[in-house]
Design a protein around this ligand. Structure first.
Ligand SMILES: Nc1ncnc2c1ncn2[C@@H]1O[C@H](COP(=O)(O)OP(=O)(O)O)[C@@H](O)[C@H]1O
Ligand SMILES: [Mg+2]
Length: 340
């Protein structure tokens, strides 16, 4: 039914396996992935999860140890050249000429890819317009902001009109403004019919951009679906209670019919949050319990879990290695990005 443009079955890769030396576990430990044509698919995971390894395997830059891996209808090992003709990789042509303008850089790439002068010029113009760079096309690249430069990188990776575009952490290192600019550019790609596989450590980025998300940890997919699927699959709804007096938070926690370790408390916002199973019963029960105990609430609300909470649950369960720390790091970083 679905028109898969990327198929990965049981991909495995261990670095330095042939040397038989030490090192960590496998970078890809039986990873499965299907990406439908014309979609944006996010591979979300913490540092060291195997995201770059996966992208390098898909882009034929790295040979997997095992697995069936096809991109745009061709096997990445046996038909690497055919795959290469059909893909783009952000940063692959990172050799932007600093002294040339964006327009000249793009025309140069076009000619390098045998487009012919006229076609290269037209393609450069089209891409500059698409990524909001038309006005700065003459400016030397060394004067570009981080966001502008990343957008020019994106434009360069699209010169050949790839069927599939790989973006490995496209917004890492950008400030919030640059990140927003790149997000807008990625959204415009989808309209153009390109299939995008992007990797990210930012939950918000996956939530904002992706049709589907594969959460990756330690070289395998630990969850897969739309952002809504992931939220629904992990624990259902939550109840948030904002108190008038932060001094009563402790009393309120004791009143909730939920194990203490599942309740999160934010003292600054006088907020506590807990997972619920039966929405209406929980709402009524909590309101009544607070009233009876004389704990004054300013607001009580039911809501869907955030992707942050989903990720914490996914990596905290059944994974007692470094899952908690890494999830914490990840969530902290996402919050940092959001606040600016
Ligand atoms: N060139 C390499 N040689 C040896 N180990 C590597 C190399 N590249 C990555 N690794 C290891 O493989 C694992 C996955 O890395 P990577 O694919 O870069 O993850 P991510 O991109 O998600 O941060 C990590 O444990 C990392 O240390
Ligand atoms: Mg990486």
């Amino acid at each position: 039914m679905t028109d898969a443009v990327i198929t990965v079955e049981d991909a495995r890769k261990t670095y330095g396996a042939t040397r038989g030396g030490g090192g960590g576990g496998p970078a890809l430990a039986g990873l499965d992935l299907t990406v439908a044509r014309g979609t944006v698919h996010a591979v979300l995971g913490p540092n060291g999860a195997g995201k770059t390894t996966l992208v390098r395997v898909l882009a034929t830059l790295l040979r997997p140890d095992a697995g069936r891996i096809e991109v745009a209808g061709h096997d990445v090992v046996r038909e690497a050249y055919a795959v290469r003709l059909r893909i783009g990789l952000l940063g692959q042509h990172a050799a932007l000429d600093e002294e040339l303008g964006g327009r000249q850089n793009l025309e140069l790439f076009g000619r390098l890819h045998h487009l012919g002068t006229r076609r290269a010029r037209a393609r450069a113009e089209e891409l500059l317009a698409r990524f909001g760079l038309a006005d700065t096309g003459r400016k030397p690249v060394r004067q570009y902001s981080g966001g502008m430069r990343r957008r020019l990188d994106l434009a360069a990776s699209l010169i050949t009109e790839p069927e599939v575009l790989f973006l490995d952490e496209p917004t890492t290192g950008l400030d919030p403004r640059g990140r927003a600019e790149v997000w807008a550019s990625v959204r415009s790609l989808v309209g153009g019919g390109t299939t995008v596989l992007l990797t990210t450590q930012y939950l918000e980025e996956a939530d904002q951009l992706a049709d589907r998300i594969s959460v990756v940890d330690a070289g395998r997919v630990v969850a897969d679906g739309t952002a809504d699927d992931l939220k629904a699959a992990t624990g259902g709804d939550r109840i948030d209670v904002v108190l008038r007096d932060a001094g009563q938070l402790g009393a309120a926690v004791a009143l909730l019919p939920v194990p203490k370790e599942e309740i999160t408390v934010d003292t600054d916002r006088r907020l506590l949050s807990a997972p619920v199973t039966d929405r209406m019963a929980a709402l009524a029960g909590v309101v009544r319990a607070l009233e009876e105990a004389g704990v004054e609430a300013e607001d009580v609300a039911l809501r869907r879990p955030t992707l942050d909470e989903v990720f914490l649950r996914l990596t905290a369960t059944g994974d007692d290695r470094a899952g908690d720390d890494r999830a914490g790091e990840l969530v902290g970083r996402t919050r940092g990005g959001r606040s600016a």
